[in-house]
Design a protein around this ligand. Structure first.
Ligand SMILES: [Zn+2]
Length: 436
């Protein structure tokens, strides 16, 4: 059975009502599949049959990471002999959770990445460096590889573990596009410059950023995005994905947020109490991935805060778009009545000349208020902590404590062991806020 695709009918480009109707039909199939095969969701009984459209989803409970981690809950829907890939979550916010995949699930992932990469302009004949891990049971690198194979582009499997390896591959195999974590692509460009090579001269036309946003809340490019584009002389495409969602959302050529593939997922945005929020308002992303067979989920709380945008995109598609992730719900900072995410502070630091790495620590100050310390890497005397604090205050309305340390110390702190992404947020608050 093939994955249902709206491409065949050009439906992604037609009117929003038609798109919603087809998506709701697939949602109905998903709910029937859960009722029949999912030991965990079957317990919802007749409630599953009451949902007719995506707007009815709030009738059903949310699923969160603790539900997935509980060994008493059985989410898997097929016999183990039908599983072909043992996929694990990255474990950024807890122990890795296994999400076994069937052959059809891998086909679905490949289709999803084909949609994403085609939307970013990748075509047969492109040479694409995958600067992301294909091993350690991660889903993402495998999905990129399968999607590129479907397109017929050349894959260059560089992985994310070694800058020297990536530098060699870029120089010798001249990719036309690179997929990777933005800060890794920044370090790769700086390494090439250090070797006397101008990255912009290498012919890399597209950078596809994963794991970290490249855009601000208003969808303009972030300072990191602008810097990367200039260094590599490339167009930038942001993506957002997670293993549990088994779906990625990618910028099209117009950079107006990641298109939500309506045949693969229903996205809701909810407030702190789990109530639905309308398009245009930031809230927690809740995902119901469609057409998954191995371990399908229902109303999964991602913990990520983002905004859904409706209305047509200048590219001609009428599918909704998801803005960049503004932060993790658990990383929300509350300082003297102002609520903000670490990314707002990091985007100021990206613009300060001489800053070489940074991280943020947060402590309890008093009830409902946090004390934030920003630790910045730089040469002693070259950076003025008070000036940096003022610049942060001018943008965010809160003035944190700023410390300057040697860049090597920052590097050691933010790149511990083999973590995929730099760790720039350290939560020292006593109260557990994982659930927030
Ligand atoms: Zn578009």
């Amino acid at each position: 059975m093939n994955i249902h695709s709206f491409l065949d009918t050009g439906l992604a480009f037609k009117n929003p009502e038609q798109i919603a109707a087809r998506r709701d039909a697939l949602l109905g199939e998903h709910l029937r599949y859960l009722a029949e095969h999912s030991p965990f969701y079957r317990k919802l009984g007749s409630a599953l049959r009451e949902v007719r459209t995506a707007a009815d989803l709030p009738l059903l409970p949310l699923t969160d990471k603790s539900d997935l981690a509980d060994p008493d809950n059985v989410f898997s829907c097929v016999d183990s002999h039908r599983m072909v890939d043992c996929c694990l979550t990255s474990g950024t916010t807890g122990r890795p959770v296994a999400l076994p995949q069937t052959a059809r699930d891998l086909e679905r992932l490949a289709f999803n990445e084909e949609l994403s990469f085609r939307g970013a302009g990748i075509a047969p004949g492109d040479r694409v460096l995958i600067a992301a891990a294909l091993d350690r049971c991660f889903m993402a690198g495998l999905a990129y590889f399968l999607g590129l194979v479907r397109i017929g582009a050349l894959t260059i499997r560089g992985g994310s573990g070694s800058l020297p390896v990536l530098g060699e591959l870029v120089r010798n195999h001249r990719p036309s596009a690179i997929i990777g974590v933005p800060t890794l692509l920044l370090r790769l460009a700086e390494r090439l410059q250090g070797e006397g090579v101008d990255p912009a001269s290498l012919g890399v036309k597209r950078l596809i950023g994963i794991g970290e946003p490249l855009r601000n809340a208003d969808l303009s490019l972030s300072p990191l995005g602008l810097r990367l584009g200039k260094l590599w002389g490339s167009d930038l495409f942001g993506t957002y994905a997670s293993t549990e969602m088994a779906t990625s959302f990618s910028d099209c050529c117009c950079g107006r947020g990641g298109h939500v593939p309506p045949e693969l997922i229903v996205v809701e945005i909810v407030d702190d109490e789990g109530r639905p929020l309308p398009p245009g308002q930031p809230g927690e992303v809740v995902a119901t991935p469609l057409q998954v067979t191995g371990m399908p989920l229902l109303r999964f709380r991602t913990g990520d805060i983002a905004t859904l945008h409706d209305g047509p995109c200048p590219c001609g598609r009428n599918t909704p778009r998801l803005g960049p992730v503004l932060g993790r719900r658990s990383q929300m900072l509350k300082m003297r009545g102002v609520t903000l995410f670490p990314s707002a502070i990091f985007s100021v630091l990206e613009e300060v000349a001489g800053v070489r790495g940074y991280y943020l620590e947060v402590f309890d100050e008093f009830d409902l208020s946090d004390r934030v310390r920003v630790v910045v890497g730089g040469t002693a005397g070259a950076l003025d902590p008070n000036d940096i604090a003022e610049r942060i205050a001018a943008r965010t309305r809160v003035k944190p404590e700023v410390l300057v340390m040697a860049p090597e110390e920052i590097q050691a702190k933010v790149h511990p062991g083999d973590r995929r992404k730099p760790v720039t947020f350290f939560d020292c608050r006593k109260t557990t806020r994982q659930g927030r």
